[in-house]
Design a protein around this ligand. Structure first.
Ligand code: NAD
Length: 512
């Protein structure tokens, strides 16, 4: 793997980035608010980024609005060709971008590569989609009439993204939005801006080679205030916001107030049910991967484990044994299983959650400690925890964005489903069982109430071909595959009268 200095060079990023990116151009920022980006891996400064000022925001919006008519008029398969080229640029830079994501965010290098692979996959998907933006035709009830529906681009799409998927979330949105004929403005997480800038530098190459306007893909740096400005801006027809439920509640309200459209992809509180009919070895692999992967910082992280009482002790013993073997440390070292949390605040939230759990009567079975000293290089490392808990505990009802797995028992299968559903969030869920009655009940309307319900697969690691998103306080949005593209377009129903009659509805008649 390349050294970080080489990675930054390859991706066109200055170590101390005293500039702000408006559109695809970098300008020297003067004054204004800024943020130091410290790597959670080794507490070293990655650089300084400036938040865009009001006039820079206006410049970005103007570029996007100017570009939208040009982009809309390019045929969809030709728009797909631009996305195809970007996919290839990503392929050429996969290792470098994966390493930057890992170093800036803290996920393992393998997961960083996986995230870039997801971007490549969504580019491929979007290329195919660019030839399949189908509407329906319907039979008209009137003679000599034809009816059909077609999909038009929305215009400008705003993408607000979270720190834990610094690059893939943007690609899921921006690539699909692009083939649908939209330009997009990206407000990345203020915690991971360098990964975003790297994506834009790579995009710049494609845009320049094809002599396209730079406003088709833009990035604007800032924190929550910048996100709110985008949400309020009537020139932005759709806001796709990924992040915490409080963020979604605020953004959803602002966008609805102006009758804009929104896709909300918010927090999860995902559970795996393990029944007495499960293949335990399969279940254990999925549970540990789901609970500790990305150090518990995935929206689909397994946070609750609901286990039938007859296998509870056996399963827990095996899980604890594996947890004791976990290697926590620098995520760029492939020998480590678990990297750091994003920042000190996340470490504090982890510690507070463990304390709250104990106060409510819960019990830490393994892990749950903050790791400091030799080998941790001042980074934000914690040892993943497995805790006995009840579903009704307040802390269990919340999403703590850290590797804490709450384990609980059930007697009857109906209890397990009730527990799984008895949280405010509704993102991902899964069951391990080889009993078809149980698995089908879990998937039925009386079963899991989540947007994602899996059988004999864990809660994390969704494939891009399906629609991704969740119910209840997860926000109801859908992204990625299936027909999610429709959210990036406006539907128009067209009726054409090719007869020489003008039949009026409800049989109304008047003389002309
Ligand atoms: P966050 O809510 O703190 O920030 C997410 C983004 O929203 C950032 O860009 C931030 O600047 C912006 N933001 C925050 N408050 C805002 C406001 N009031 N108005 C406008 N913009 C605002 O989330 P985070 O800590 O970066 O990410 C972790 C959260 O994201 C978790 O809750 C996780 O479950 C969720 N998440 C959900 C999905 C999903 O698809 N459902 C995917 C990834 C992450």
């Amino acid at each position: 793997m390349q050294k970080i200095a080489q990675v930054l060079k390859q991706l066109g990023i200055k170590k101390d980035c005293e500039s702000v990116c408006t559109g695809l151009n970098w300008i020297n920022a003067v004054g204004g608010r800024h943020r130091e980006i410290i790597s959670p891996v080794d507490a070293k400064k990655l650089g300084v980024v400036h938040f865009a000022t009001m006039s820079e925001y206006e410049a970005v919006l103007k570029r996007a609005v100017d570009a939208k008519n040009i982009w809309q008029n390019i045929p969809a398969p030709k728009r797909g060709e631009i996305v195809r080229q970007y996919g290839n640029v990503l392929r050429e830079n996969k290792e470098a971008l994966g390493a930057l994501v890992s170093y800036e965010m803290g996920k393992s290098y393998q997961e960083g590569l996986g995230e870039v692979q997801e971007m490549i996959d969504i580019c491929d998907y979007a290329v195919g989609l660019s030839r399949q933006l189908h509407g329906l035709t319907m039979h008209s009830e009137r003679p000599g009439h034809r009816m059909y529906e077609q999909y038009h681009p929305l215009g400008v799409v705003g993408v607000i993204s979270s720190f834990n998927f610094p690059v893939a979330v943007w690609a899921w949105n921006a690539m699909i939005a692009a083939v649908c004929g939209n330009v997009s403005i990206w407000k990345p997480s203020e915690k991971t801006p360098f990964s975003a800038y790297a994506c834009m530098n790579l995009m710049k190459k494609v845009i320049e080679i094809n002599h396209l306007p730079e406003g088709i893909f833009t990035v604007i740096n800032g924190d929550k205030e910048m996100g709110m400005m985008l949400a309020e801006d009537k020139r932005v027809e759709l806001i796709s916001a990924t992040g915490s439920t409080p963020m979604g509640r605020a953004v959803g309200k602002i966008v609805a107030e102006r009758f804009g459209k929104s896709i909300l992809e918010l927090g999860g509180n995902n559970a795996i049910i393990v029944t007495e009919h499960a293949d335990l070895d399969m279940a254990i692999r999925a549970i540990v991967f789901g609970a500790v992967g990305t150090a518990g910082q995935r929206c689909t992280t397994t946070r609750r484990l609901i286990v039938q009482e007859s296998i509870y002790d056996t399963l827990l013993k095996k899980i604890i044994k594996i947890y004791k073997q976990l290697k926590v440390g620098n995520p760029l070292d492939v020998n480590n299983h678990v990297g750091p949390l994003i920042d000190q605040n996340a470490v504090n939230l982890f510690e507070t959650a463990i304390e709250r759990l104990k106060k409510e009567g819960g019990n830490v079975l393994v892990g749950g400690k903050v790791l400091k000293g030799a080998g941790y290089e001042g980074g934000c490392y914690v040892y993943p925890a497995v805790c006995e808990a009840r579903n009704t505990y307040k802390i269990v009802q919340e999403e703590t964005f850290a590797p804490i797995l709450y384990v609980m028992k059930y007697k009857k299968f109906s209890e397990a489903i009730a527990m799984q559903n008895d949280v405010k969030q509704g993102l991902s869920s899964s069951i391990f069982s080889n009993n078809i009655r149980e698995t089908e009940l879990f998937l039925s309307a009386q079963g899991s109430d989540c947007g994602i319900a899996n059988v004999n697969i864990g809660t994390s690691g969704a494939e891009i071909g399906g629609a991704f998103g969740g119910e209840k306080e997860t926000g109801g949005g859908r992204e990625s595959g299936s027909d999610s593209w429709k959210a990036y377009m406006r539907r128009q129903t067209n009726t054409i009268n090719y007869s020489n009659q003008m039949p009026l509805a409800q049989g109304i008649k008047f003389d002309v």
